[in-house]
Design a binder for this molecule. Structure first.
Ligand code: PTJ
Length: 249
């Protein structure tokens, strides 16, 4: 029950979504802490999409639209924050979803699956046919053979560093959204969108709508080839640095 006139309305509304997700058994308690870390970095970014974040989103979109078999990995935080956007994006692109959790429990997977279905996400994999990936010290090692295991491009917002690295080592393209450009996930992924996930998903939907079909293939390939994630992360550090400098010149 936050007034839209409140100066922190957007931020408080996101917190409410997560608390709601927690109360429904979708988001883990750890997810609330993770969100707080994200918020701190968002302050440094000025709580807006930077130019380089938008460029990275464009490149991520290019990868997803040209993939042989893309997959969108959903956890408890993204389910609470962006189920509506996931449904819209998947309806446009036909990309399937896999529910894949760090703090894994069958009960939470089922709740997230039901939640996504309620928002209209049609194709949801939940680890029916599981295989365990090597070199991952968490439950995220358990992936669906028909989903993340098979995919050439894995879009995993709010990922953990171990798996981002392991998936990259398996030769997969890893796309992520992470407000912390210093995280291992940010550094080891192929494309890191340093942005808040609700803003990033809205931008991604807008970009996917602009895709003009086969004739865009060459443009999308050029976008992918010209992207350098290290330069992208450096640009995010500079955004933060400049913002702090403007506050304390
Ligand atoms: O639902 P589960 O069990 O799979 O758990 C999900 C969390 C997010 C709890 C789990 O993956 C985790 O612990 O993640 P980390 O290692 O805390 O990393 C989450 C990253 O996402 C951090 O670097 C945060 O800065 C960032 N982050 C948090 N909220 C947002 C965000 N990035 C973008 N948008 C956000 N809203």
């Amino acid at each position: 029950m936050v007034s839209e006139k409140h100066p922190r309305y957007k931020s408080l509304a996101l917190r409410n979504k997560l608390v709601d997700g927690y109360e429904k058994g979708i988001t883990s308690a750890h997810g609330l802490i993770a969100h707080g870390r994200g918020e701190a970095f968002d302050y440094l970014l000025g709580e807006q999409t930077s130019e380089n974040a938008l460029s990275a989103t464009n490149v991520a979109c290019a990868y997803l639209l040209t993939a042989r078999y893309p997959i969108l990995s959903v956890n408890g935080n993204t389910a609470a924050l962006v189920s509506e956007e996931i449904a819209e994006f998947c309806a446009i692109t036909g990309i399937p979803v896999e529910v894949n959790l760090f703090h894994r429990s069958e009960e939470r997977i089922k709740r997230i699956e039901d939640h996504l279905h309620a928002y209209g996400v049609a194709n949801v994999l939940t680890g029916f046919d599981i295989i365990k990936l090597d070199h991952i010290a968490s439950n995220r090692a358990k992936v669906d053979k028909q989903g993340i295991f098979k995919a050439d491009v894995v879009f995993a917002p709010l990922e953990d560093g171990d798996r981002a690295q392991a998936l990259t080592q398996l030769g997969k393209v890893v796309l992520t959204v992470d407000l912390n450009p210093l995280s291992r996930t940010a550094v080891t992924s192929t494309v890191t969108i340093v942005d808040e996930v609700t803003r990033a998903m809205k931008n991604l939907i807008g970009l996917a709508k602009h895709f003009e079909g086969e004739s865009d293939q060459a443009r999308l390939d050029t976008l992918k080839a010209s992207f350098d994630n290290f330069q992208n992360l450096k640009a995010s550090y500079v955004v933060m640095q400049k913002r702090l400098q403007s506050l304390a010149p």
